[in-house]
Design a protein around this ligand. Structure first.
Ligand SMILES: [Zn+2]
Length: 271
């Protein structure tokens, strides 16, 4: 799977050149200046792909403000001043990648996303676009499935707890699916698309995931069971991504509509 994901040598060569140019420009104009989140920037060798990728070591507080709860994350571009990076992984500046095996494995997961970016299928951000929302959802599930699988096959320590009795591929599907759901619902609450678009997408998810299982040879009792739990997972996703008290009136309205779609079997637990 890892080899299949690599971009062509030509694309890779261009990426490395762009990354080097960005490093030089950033170092000479911004790194080390007050208020600049990037403390260090370099190309890091990937054990998974045997190629180099651009990594920015950033202020941990800044990182948690832009990606709360993430140990590292990949983005299509980091913009500082008038400089725009090629796809890049951001990690907290204080961490030593080589000494922290969990973080190392997470960074390799993010390198998978860089390859996806270079090949034009970086996980969607569910922005309004010409691409159908349901298609974006399935692509997101696949992108995360792929990144989780490549990461955990090589570094199983962060894999499914034994007591779950799940195969790795089932776990990776579950992670991709629930993560895509969290992202979709978060963007929906931030009012990026219409009710009609959101609810027709949510209703189409079971069918499109059944097709996904078939296409990637993932059909098992467990994966089918996960699809049936769409509303339970949606409810759990809501609990993860928002605190109802923090929402604006119109965001709260959307939140209520999603709860209504989930149905009366689930109610937020009293605090
Ligand atoms: Zn990921």
């Amino acid at each position: 799977m890892a080899k299949k994901l690599l971009p062509s040598l030509k694309v890779q060569k261009q990426y490395i050149q762009d990354a080097k140019n960005y490093c030089d420009a950033l170092k000479s104009s911004y790194v080390g200046r007050p208020g600049i989140p990037v403390k260090r920037i370099e190309l890091i060798y990937s054990d998974l792909f045997q190629r180099e990728y651009l990594v920015g070591f950033v202020d941990p507080r800044w990182l948690s403000s832009v990606a709360s709860g993430c140990d590292a994350f990949a983005t299509l571009s980091l913009e500082i001043g008038d400089l725009k990076s090629p796809p890049i992984v951001l990690v907290p500046s204080k961490k030593n990648l080589k000494k922290n095996s969990n973080l190392h494995s997470i960074v390799e997961h993010e390198f998978v996303h860089i390859n996806q970016a270079l090949k034009g299928h970086f996980p969607s951000s569910f922005e309004k676009s010409k691409v159908d929302l349901n298609e974006q959802f399935v692509d997101y599930v696949y992108a995360e499935y792929e990144a989780n699988f490549l990461q955990l096959e090589r570094w199983p320590k962060l894999g499914p707890p034994k007591s779950y009795e799940l195969e790795l591929k089932e776990w990776c599907f579950l992670r991709g699916y629930t993560q895509a759901l969290e992202r979709l619902l978060l963007v929906a609450i931030m009012e990026k698309f219409s009710d009609k678009n959101l609810f027709s997408t949510l209703n189409k998810i079971p069918k499109s995931l059944e097709k996904f299982l078939l296409k990637f040879d993932l059909e098992t009792e467990n994966t089918h069971r996960f699809i049936k739990k769409l509303k339970i997972f949606s409810f759990q996703a809501l609990q993860m991504i928002v605190r109802a008290d923090d929402l604006t009136t119109s965001q709260h309205l959307k939140y209520e509509k999603i709860l209504k779609w989930i149905g009366s079997d689930f109610k937020p637990l009293p605090r």
